[in-house]
Design a protein around this ligand. Structure first.
Ligand code: SF4
Ligand code: SF4
Length: 247
């Protein structure tokens, strides 16, 4: 009997809406990037479809999200499903790794989600841009100073979603920080003071590990601001080193 043909879906897209189909080459490139990540084979060893991961997943309780579904999409190489999950669902994972501790196959759904997120950023997917946009202030602080949150960022304007709870941190922070024995904590502009050499070394790490390249893909303005700050810091360090050599 003649074989009916491949089961691999050729049409990728919504058959009802007018949305243009996603180019198959693009789907393959995205999956190839996920699959070629060195963590992929370590974190996906098969799947019983048992659902233990989803039963223990905190995010699955609150969102339309299931680590079992993510693993099944990857295991069955469902390119369109993988792309769809990367539009929204993968951003619901809390990266707690409860799933990895429970899976009888030794899979790490949370680890696979991490790989998919990195690939979403690499491909400049809209979902990655939307998810990371509210964190641009934190990213600026983190990359340019090595600190994440600074005390003076914790205010009503910065965290309107905290509601009345924000008043609980409405305290004389500058005075309180001065009372801490470590001098590097006597500031409210950063969580702690980072010296110039350390800042420049951190910048080199962000650069060499490709973090800045990824940032450029998803938020070019923020990347350019950080690049300017770091250029200034590098000049400052160079000047300081020259001064030291002259003394
Ligand atoms: S617990 Fe493991 S085997 Fe079971 S559905 Fe989740 S990933 Fe698959
Ligand atoms: S790492 Fe993600 S997928 Fe795994 S249990 Fe935690 S929230 Fe769920």
């Amino acid at each position: 009997m003649e074989h009916a043909g491949t089961r691999v879906q050729q049409f990728i897209g919504d058959p009802v809406s007018d949305a243009p189909p996603v180019d198959r080459a693009k789907l393959e490139a995205i999956f190839s990037d996920i699959q070629s990540d060195m963590r992929f084979d370590h974190e996906l060893n098969g799947c019983l479809n048992c659902g233990i991961c989803t039963a223990t997943c905190p995010s699955a309780h609150y969102y339309d999200y299931s680590p079992r579904e993510i693993v099944q999409l990857l295991w069955t190489e469902n390119l369109e499903g993988i792309y769809d999950a990367m539009q929204e669902k993968i951003w619901a994972c809390a990266q707690c790794y409860t799933c990895a501790a429970r899976c009888p196959f030794g899979n790490s759904p949370g680890g696979l989600v991490m790989v998919m997120r990195e690939v979403a950023i690499k491909h400049g997917m809209e979902s990655a841009k939307n998810v990371l946009r509210p964190f641009s202030r934190v990213m600026l602080k983190l990359i340019s100073t090595g600190n994440q949150l600074a005390p003076d960022m914790i205010n009503k304007e910065g965290f309107p979603d905290w509601g009345p709870n924000i008043s609980k941190v409405d305290a004389p922070l500058a005075t309180l920080r001065k009372a801490i024995p470590m001098p590097t904590l006597h500031t409210t502009k950063t969580a702690w003071e980072v010296n110039l050499k350390t800042s420049v070394e951190l910048y080199t790490i962000w650069e060499e590990t490709g973090v800045l390249g990824s940032l450029k893909t998803i938020d070019k303005n923020l990347h350019d601001v950080i690049a300017d700050i770091m250029e200034e810091k590098r000049d400052e360090l160079e000047e300081w080193l020259e001064e030291q050599a002259e003394e």
